[in-house]
Design a protein around this ligand. Structure first.
Ligand code: PAF
Length: 281
């Protein structure tokens, strides 16, 4: 697998891919890869001839009080995993290489859909995400890009950006990958202490509890959300930030549940903020 640390090297390698007539898929990541990311690589390999994975912890998407410094990084390990999984190229720029003139003067405005869910609690986060993803799309010019569904609001916003700004990139999402106990894989899971790790699967258990109520005929959104909250009561490490029922396209809150609606949850488990979601089926 080729490792590129600079935009210049990246451009030259991508030129070779284009000359050989290959279609390229991009998997943007912030590294510290886990099986969830590797499943995105698998999906990307199904969709294109060449798979490019970016590994870049993007400072633009972290607020001043957030975990930019704590965010886990291990490029050697990531390279090994990507090589083994058949990625063709890993683009791992430094912050100075990615933003040579400092913070970009022009950024992507994520619009009203970024004001709900995570966006309400992380002002500026999705502006930072869309700005780096737009920059990666510009650098790599992929035909397709693959994102995880765990970051549900992010995936909706990126798909909307690509469509609304006619970026010519097909945006694909891949299902959430979970531990055996239900905890959604996340690079941040490594930050959990022992007791926190034991309690963290309760997030998914709460979503499943609400799903069971829906499948049993309950349609009142507030009842479904109270099922989530009550199943998390007594978990001393967990503090819910939000639990919402939303439309999967517009992210508008729903008072009545319908098939396809999404239950979305964010909670602090100790100091670590985790998110999860589940589609009502
Ligand atoms: O989901 C992530 O890891 C990041 O938000 C992304 C899409 C790589 C942008 O930095």
């Amino acid at each position: 697998m080729i490792l590129c640390r600079t935009r210049r090297e990246l451009r030259s390698r991508l030129r070779q891919f284009r000359e050989e007539g290959s279609a390229t898929a991009l998997v943007p990541t912030m590294g510290h890869l886990h099986e969830g990311h590797l499943a995105l690589v698998d999906r990307a390999r199904e969709l294109a001839d060449r798979v490019v994975v970016s590994v870049f912890v993007n400072p633009l998407q972290f607020g001043p009080e957030e975990d930019l410094e704590r965010y886990p990084r291990d490029l050697d390990r990531d390279r090994g995993l990507l090589t083994h999984r058949g990625a063709d190229l890993c683009f791992a720029p430094s912050v100075g290489e990615m933003y040579p003139d400092g913070e970009p003067r022009v950024a992507v405005d994520p619009g009203p859909m970024a004001r709900s869910l995570c966006g309400r609690h992380r002002p500026g986060h999705f502006r930072g995400v869309l700005t780096v993803v737009a920059r990666l799309f510009g650098l790599v010019r992929p035909q397709v890009a693959v994102f995880g569904r765990k970051d549900f609001q992010q995936a909706v916003l990126i798909r909307t950006m690509a469509r609304d700004l006619e970026m010519g990139v097909q945006v694909e999402t891949a299902p959430v990958v979970r531990e055996a106990d239900g905890l959604a894989l996340s690079s941040r899971n490594i930050l959990l202490g022992e007791d926190e790790r034991k309690e963290a699967p309760a997030l998914y258990a709460g979503l499943e509890e609400a799903l069971r109520a829906f499948q049993g005929g309950e349609r009142d959104g507030s009842v479904l959300l109270s099922r989530i909250r009550s199943s998390l009561e007594g978990k001393s490490c967990i503090r819910v930030q939000y639990a919402e029922l939303v439309d999967p396209e517009t992210l508008e809150p729903l008072s009545s549940a319908v098939p396809g609606a999404v239950l979305a949850l964010a909670a602090f488990v100790g100091e670590t903020r985790l998110i999860d979601n589940l589609e009502l089926l």
